[in-house]
Design a protein around this ligand. Structure first.
Ligand code: KG4
Ligand code: ZN
Length: 367
């Protein structure tokens, strides 16, 4: 386990860059003691992608090229920093849509080289995994539930660079399942917020939808069967009236929340067995963490296990560059880094030892 004496740490200021999906982002963060976000600039490409009902990789890469240098300059200006104040440049080097990752990482390489700073190649998932240590006082080890459009996984975060993937989806990522469900019900992209909005007026018990894999041991999850069951119900009832639409959304959301709560309970029980002297903590990250029903279900599961529940502010749960800058700071606290020779990777599991691939999502391997 990584252990660093906090008093010996040097305060660092890092410029972070994130371009692995449909957000172009740059941020300046100071830490590890102060843990201050000096700037956090994000430009979403939602308008470019929504006519296509999903993220189009080629459009994403082009949009990153057009705006990244402006976004990076804006992050430096908002932070009130010049290059003398910056200790390193950190950029997402994978996993993700490779065109966008290349744009961000190569831009960061050029900036670091021109400014004479070290470059840190950050795993995007590590950014999500360490965010709660930027926002909260949190020691290793802890559990992370990452639920986004490209990933659904439970991770044991033991230290910087020390992760164990405990369970994952064997088919769709949860955000992807929300988006596909919304699409088949005729709702716009991104589907998660739309499904949640409709579900507010719905009866979650009207349709008996499955809770896939819950009868199996372990922490793997599956959402494709749930989506298919919902499609079958929807087809039977066509044309769908507004109440039925709300009931289907509520039923789907309740099933996802039940699966996540049950898996979280098991993950916490396993954690306590392995670390009996360490108070259990579960951190949730990713776009789906915005969902209030899912948050409430996770909080309840954590309470029942007497565990701490941390959900970083939504802007830091979804893709952003502050988490990349922070991951860079964390990496620098455990040893010198210079990744100028690193090549961007479309797939890059955090836990390379267990990297058997079970399907592929828009951000690379879901495992
Ligand atoms: O983390 P994120 O912003 O991007 C990546 O996929 O990396 O997550 C986006 C995903 C989308 O699939 C979106 O539908 C889902 O998060 N999402 C939600 C909600 N808000 C966003 N899913 C359920 N309920 C929400 N309120
Ligand atoms: Zn992400």
């Amino acid at each position: 386990m990584t252990s660093v004496n906090k008093d010996d740490l040097r305060e660092l200021t890092v410029l972070g860059i994130e371009t692995s999906c449909d957000e172009t982002a740059a941020a300046v963060v100071r830490g590890p003691k102060d843990r201050q976000i000096l700037s956090n600039v994000i430009r979403s490409q939602l308008d470019e992608h929504s006519p296509f009902g999903g993220v189009v990789p080629e459009i994403a890469a082009r949009a990153h090229i057009t705006v990244l240098d402006h976004i990076a300059r804006e992050a430096m200006e908002k932070a009130g920093c010049d290059w003398d104040d910056i200790d390193a440049v950190a950029a997402t080097a994978g996993p993700g849509l490779i065109g966008g990752v290349i744009v961000g990482f190569m831009t960061a390489k050029a900036i670091a080289m021109a400014a004479g700073k070290p470059l840190i190649a950050v795993n995007h998932l590590e950014g999500h995994a360490l965010t709660a240590r930027l926002t909260d006082d949190l020691d290793f080890p802890f559990l992370l539930l990452l639920v986004s459009g490209g990933h659904s996984q439970f991770l044991l975060v033991r230290g910087v660079g020390n992760y164990e993937r405990l369970g994952t989806t064997i088919d769709d990522a949860i955000g992807e399942a929300f988006d596909k469900t919304a699409k088949l019900l005729g709702l716009p992209y991104p589907g998660g917020p739309e499904v949640e909005k409709r579900a507010r007026h719905g009866d979650p018990a009207r349709f008996a939808l499955p809770r896939p894999l819950l009868d199996r041991p372990g922490l793997d999850m599956s959402f494709a069967g749930l989506k298919t069951a919902l499609r079958t119900q929807a087809k039977k009832l066509e044309p769908i009236d507004a109440q039925t639409l709300s009931d289907l959304c509520a039923g789907f959301q309740a099933a996802v929340a039940d699966v996540l709560a049950a898996r979280t309970k098991r993950a916490l029980a396993d954690f306590s067995e392995r670390h009996p002297d360490h108070p259990p903590t579960i951190v949730v990250a990713g776009g789906v963490a915005a969902n209030q029903t899912i948050r409430a279900a996770l909080l309840k599961a954590a309470d029942a296990a007497k565990a701490r529940f941390i959900a970083p502010p939504q802007a830091l749960c979804t893709d952003n560059a502050a988490m990349i800058a922070w991951a860079g700071i964390e990496r620098m606290t455990v040893g010198p880094v210079d990744d100028q020779a690193f090549s961007p990777r479309p797939r890059w599991p955090l836990d390379e030892a267990r990297s058997g691939v079970l399907g592929s999502g828009k951000k690379g391997a879901k495992v």
